[in-house]
Design a protein around this ligand. Sequence first.
Ligand SMILES: Nc1ncnc2c1ncn2[C@@H]1O[C@H](COP(=O)(O)OP(=O)(O)OP(=O)(O)O)[C@@H](O)[C@H]1O
Ligand SMILES: [Mg+2]
Length: 495
Amino acid sequence: MAADGSRHDLAVLLRSRVPLVVIETRDEDRARALVLDAARDNRPATPVFEWVVTEGLRRADVDLGGPQRFNAAPDQVLHWIRDGAVPGIYVLLDLHPYLTEPLSTRLLKDICQSYDRSPRTVVLVSHEVSLPAELEHLAARFEIAFPDRAERRAVVDDVAREWARTHGTPVRADEQSVAALVENLAGLSVADTRRLARAAIHDDGAVTPSDAPAVMRAKYDLLSRGGALSFEYDTAGMADLAGLARLKEWLARRKPAFDGTAPGLDPPKGLLLLGVQGCGKSLAAKVAAGIYGVPLLRLDLAAVQDKYQGESERKLREALATADVMAPCVVWIDEIEKGVATSDSDTGSSQRLLGTLLTWLSEKSGRVFVVATANDIEELPPELIRKGRFDEVFFVDLPRADVRAEVLRIHATRRDVRLEAHDVARLVEASEGFSGAELEQAVVSAAYAAHADGAPVAAAHVLAEIRATRPLSVVMAERVGALRAWAAERTVSAD
Ligand SMILES: Nc1ncnc2c1ncn2[C@@H]1O[C@H](COP(=O)(O)OP(=O)(O)OP(=O)(O)O)[C@@H](O)[C@H]1O
Ligand SMILES: [Mg+2]
């Protein structure tokens, strides 16, 4: 039995004559406040007791002075609850380590089984509770809902007042930035919400759009438990990516729908980028996050794979749940075909992973935008390409001459290499069939060569590197040809 929600649902649960309620949470304060709140609704009023091993038992709903220290030990307090037979709600904080002891288990069972004679509800609050089998059937688990928008807003307002009081001047903020902050704090405990709101406000006494990256980064740190989802510091802007004009246009046009500043428009769901190696697919994912101004989270499907039955799916679900909580964000699934290949002869595990991923893709929030990339169409499950999963499937081809010129300029400028217009023209001519990555590599190698010559990098160095390179499109001409032919029928050109 599991219940989910907040105050009201907990009140219902406490009235439903369940003798044992388990609340797994790191937000102890919120759990205690919820129980007190819910108990207040009870008629006749039910006393609420709280126990913690360092203090002992005390009344929590009214102040009767300090705790009763004589029953600080777990078995003492359980004895006291059982024999005292005082009806009420008993919140036991962090009792879980003692649940392995037969005496504690038996005492709890006695208390639960005499509920009809003397209604006592034991509420166990810990970050993790695994009950012994003999107690499990007596218990209901209650999941605390995260603070909703109004509660988060109240926390932010409270932190702002606190800052204003100590500094004697109000926090600088506009409504839109505050709303964005409240949005970004979704999915965290009240304590963490407050901590992050403080970090955002206390540094400069203002709420501005510039707070967002730090808030999202801190939020990711709180959420991630070393899973398959990683935070990418590196996003890129439009100007870092040469060519792919149609793709960039597509992204930019949907920005208002993704932001929610154009309420009438459906938010974009995601893109699948197929194409030739080294032509900017991964870079395009970074550009998407840059254009939308949100964090980039990389989902590594290889890290999800686990040899134990069911573990891979659990890891994937966990990663996807974190992504949902991190919204607004871009989730980048690189080389998607490697994680959900259909041709695998394994136990159907990749099939189930694919199913989990497809379900999430169709149900995820509109504030999570997915960019998936793939090289190998043979390995790509057809379900992924079917219309509706992604908004568009783009093909990223080898760069045309004008795009090669742009790639060369971008990477030369980045390394302080001076190229005149006529140099670029010559290099472009010599690099037919080169990918962006190969052009970048030619510039990088040219710098080494020049260094060895003790000369500044010149176009001649780059040209020599280009001449010495056999591009992949030549080495693997057949594969590239097949990929293009396949893509022509099924995809839209990114450029
Ligand atoms: N269109 C481009 N504009 C600018 N730089 C590019 C472009 N294409 C490739 N590059 C450079 O090459 C590097 C590698 O490209 P990227 O990783 O995006 O290619 P990819 O298509 O994802 O390749 P793979 O299929 O091997 O994963 C980029 O980080 C970038 O520096
Ligand atoms: Mg890549």
